[in-house]
Design a protein around this ligand. Structure first.
Ligand code: BES
Ligand code: ZN
Ligand code: ZN
Length: 463
């Protein structure tokens, strides 16, 4: 989307068929009017201005965009003052960034595999904004970059598994990273064998598509500064493996690499924003499939850490591949490791579809993530990680079992499993299964929601 900063006269614009003027009103109703000159007037009622909240503002920006899209406008005309709410204490630069992020997100559609009739094609290409300050303009540049990263992450996730298997995912990530000036490396099966990454190799062994391990390094910070390492689950399709999922459970499982897509695009955004930070992204990439060569229940896997995993359910595969990635992370002596994974249906049972779960041994870190969520719109909410849960995942034959003894608190026991491999550095786990796909009413295209790229970029900026 293009942002034009110009003054304009709403009356004159009404004569342009491709234009839509946005008017924010104090009413409750929203209406789109066709002006006599051919242009459109979109009147959006937001009720009392002093009842606006940060959450509602982000949705309002997306609503504006969505209505502009349905009006088939090419350019929207907007008054910056309409989006400024002094009681929200949002600075101009931040406002510009939030506006651009959410406009990019709302205008996005995944159309690569669809032949659209001409009348259904999106036309919206530009926003003309009046009364914008220099700071607001700077903000839109940042927001465009972040929004583009969110959308690129959604495209990686939305791409069907026939085209997004480990090697393809790795290639797409490497290409995106190198274009942004990030050092990128892909480990194949021989290298993983050398590193004794038994977890990634076991989960990947049932697929005709061999596993990969992606390493991105962006070192623009001080030489001595320890990096933040972002680890993303990269299961390009999760059939469940030998513990095959039922039909309904397999829905959307091509998006089980959403954590991986998010960390890749976070680094891309960080590089494009020229953040002076040291950042690493690690993504174990596998396809979890049933076959004669699959790993099976009661296999015992030796991981890179040396710890053994007793496999009790092949569908709890994310934690098995992440175990090796969390061990690999140690070599960077990180000041923080964050893993991001569509890890459990249980996180969705616990939180619904509005927030990802955050789990950490460090309450200050977990609190920090909640704040980042509120700030960016990528909401996260804490679940406990008490020692008592450790008992649940103790193995009988191996060191740790990959599922708990009861089905209760599945998001917690999954995190507790990961913690067994993350004890050597400050760590947080984000279970983004609840936010994998968009929900009705948030003005986002169906499919991947692009979480939590915005949160992670803000983390990299400010941590
Ligand atoms: N990828 C799934 C979790 C998931 C489910 C993500 C729905 C997004 C939407 C994960 O690998 C899985 O299958 N988890 C199991 C764990 C169980 C076997 C302990 C689950 O949640 O049922
Ligand atoms: Zn699974
Ligand atoms: Zn999975």
């Amino acid at each position: 989307m293009k942002y034009l900063f110009t003054d304009f006269d709403s009356a004159r614009i009404g004569k342009d068929k491709r234009a839509a003027v946005i008017e924010i009103t104090g009413e409750k109703e929203t209406e789109t009017l066709r002006l006599s000159g051919g242009g459109k007037l979109i009147r959006i009622g937001i009720g009392k201005r002093d009842e606006m909240t940060r959450r509602k503002l982000l949705l309002l920006v997306r609503k504006i965009t969505t209505l502009g899209k349905s009006a088939k406008a090419e350019t929207l005309f907007l008054d910056c003052n309409d989006l400024s709410f002094s009681h929200l204490n949002i600075g101009d630069e931040e406002l510009g960034s939030l506006v651009a992020q959410n406009m990019e997100m709302a205008v996005y559609e995944f159309t690569a595999y669809k032949h659209l009739p001409k009348e259904d094609r999106a036309t919206l290409a530009a926003i003309a904004i009046k009364n914008a300050s220099a700071a607001f303009k700077r903000g839109t540049a940042e927001g465009t970059t972040i929004g583009a990263a969110v959308n690129a992450s959604r495209t990686l996730s939305n791409t069907p598994p026939s085209d997004m298997y480990p090697a393809a995912f790795a290639a797409a990530a490497v290409a995106a990273a190198r274009r942004a000036g990030i050092r990128a490396r892909v480990l194949g099966v021989p290298e993983m064998k050398k590193l004794k990454m038994g977890g990634v190799l076991a989960v990947g062994q049932g697929s005709a598509r061999p596993p990969k391990f992606l390493v991105l390094e962006y070192f623009a910070g001080k030489k001595r500064e320890q990096p933040i390492v972002l680890v993303g689950k990269g299961v390009t399709f999760d059939s469940g493996g030998i513990d095959l999922k039922p039909e309904s459970g397999m829905n959307d499982m091509h998006m089980d690499m959403s954590g991986g897509a998010a960390v890749v695009q976070t680094l891309v955004a960080a590089a494009r924003l020229k953040l002076k930070k040291n950042l690493v992204a690690l993504v174990p990439m596998v396809e979890n499939m049933p076959s004669g060569s699959s790993y099976r229940p009661h296999d015992v896997i030796r991981t890179m850490s040396g710890k053994t995993i007793e496999v009790l359910n092949t569908d709890a595969e994310g934690r098995v591949i992440l175990a090796d990635a969390l061990t690999y992370a140690k070599r960077y002596q990180p000041r923080l490791v964050v893993d991001v994974a569509t890890l459990t249906g249980a996180a969705m049972v616990a939180l619904g579809l509005r927030a990802s779960a955050v789990l950490s041994k460090d309450d200050i870190i977990s609190r920090k993530f909640q704040d980042l969520g509120e700030k960016t719109g990528d909401h996260v909410w804490p679940l406990p990680l008490w020692e008592e849960y450790e008992e649940e995942i103790r193995g009988t034959v191996g060191d740790v079992a990959n599922i708990a003894k009861t089905r209760y608190g599945g998001a917690i026991t999954a995190a507790m499993f990961l913690y067994q491999f993350a004890k050597d550095y400050p760590w947080a786990h984000l279970d983004i299964a609840p936010r994998m796909t968009s929900v009705e009413g948030e003005y986002l295209a169906k499919g991947s929601a692009g979480a939590p790229v915005r949160l992670l970029v803000e983390l990299c900026k400010t941590y």
